[in-house]
Design a protein around this ligand. Structure first.
Ligand code: SAH
Length: 212
């Protein structure tokens, strides 16, 4: 279902500067309509963020593609995602052959997405908890992707990133964030690029915003 819509979406993503063929291939495979509530399925392949309940959203396809491309994936990497949400971003990473750990702070959302992954046979470790403190048990990670916007880069996440690893995280105020693309050059050294003008739901937790 929706194959033509997916192909059209790929064209839109290419037009907006997504050139990583592996990312585009994953977008052809992962069926975004399965990750949104029934009534908004007809809009699943529009390049917009959509509501998924609990005041949360499934990120805009372009944003997911941009962040995935920014991770510069090659080979099988171990990835930590903060903000499982609908599971779409995690599903894209699994489709690309990655080993995915994903944390969600909202228990209902965590449970629903676990159910969906079981049904679709998507293999990822979904964890319920505060992602701003990371998931020490499986660290270090080759890549970390944060899909909610925080006031700062949580230092627990930086310490769980492998040397040579990359982290993508939107940082700013509640209305607007810049995407920070961080490379851990050595145990203490980081290099950073910033791309402005993103809007995410708030990252809430110990090293995030304090309330909804
Ligand atoms: N990656 C998701 C985007 C969902 S929106 C997708 O593909 O659909 C961001 C999600 O981050 C929300 O579900 C929100 O509940 C969650 N979130 C916010 N703060 C968090 C935190 N500290 N730890 C884990 N999840 C968090």
């Amino acid at each position: 279902m929706y194959e033509t819509e997916r192909e059209d979406l790929i064209k839109v993503l290419r037009g907006k500067g997504i050139i990583d063929e592996n990312v585009l291939k994953a977008f052809l495979k992962v069926e975004r309509h399965l990750f949104v509530p029934e009534i908004i399925k007809p809009h699943a392949y529009s390049d917009v963020a959509l509501p998924i309940g609990h005041e949360q959203t499934i990120s805009q396809p372009y944003t997911v593609a941009f962040m995935t491309q920014a991770l510069e994936l090659n080979g099988r990497s171990k990835i930590l995602e903060i903000g499982t949400g609908s599971g779409f971003q995690a599903a894209v990473l699994v489709e690309m052959g990655m080993k995915v750990y994903s944390i969600e702070r909202n228990f209902e959302i965590h449970k629903n997405t676990q159910k969906l992954f079981d049904k679709l046979g998507i293999r990822a470790a979904l964890i319920y908890g505060d992602g701003t403190i990371g998931w020490e048990e499986a660290a270090p990670y080759d890549r970390i992707i944060v899909t909610a916007g925080g006031p700062e880069v949580p230092n627990r996440l930086l310490s769980q990133l492998a040397v040579g690893g990359k982290m993508v995280i939107p940082v700013g105020d509640r209305n607007c964030q810049a995407m920070q693309i961080i490379t851990k050059v050595s145990g203490k050294e980081y290099s950073k690029k910033e791309v402005p003008n993103f809007k995410f739901v708030p990252l809430i937790g110990k090293q995030g915003w304090k309330s909804e």
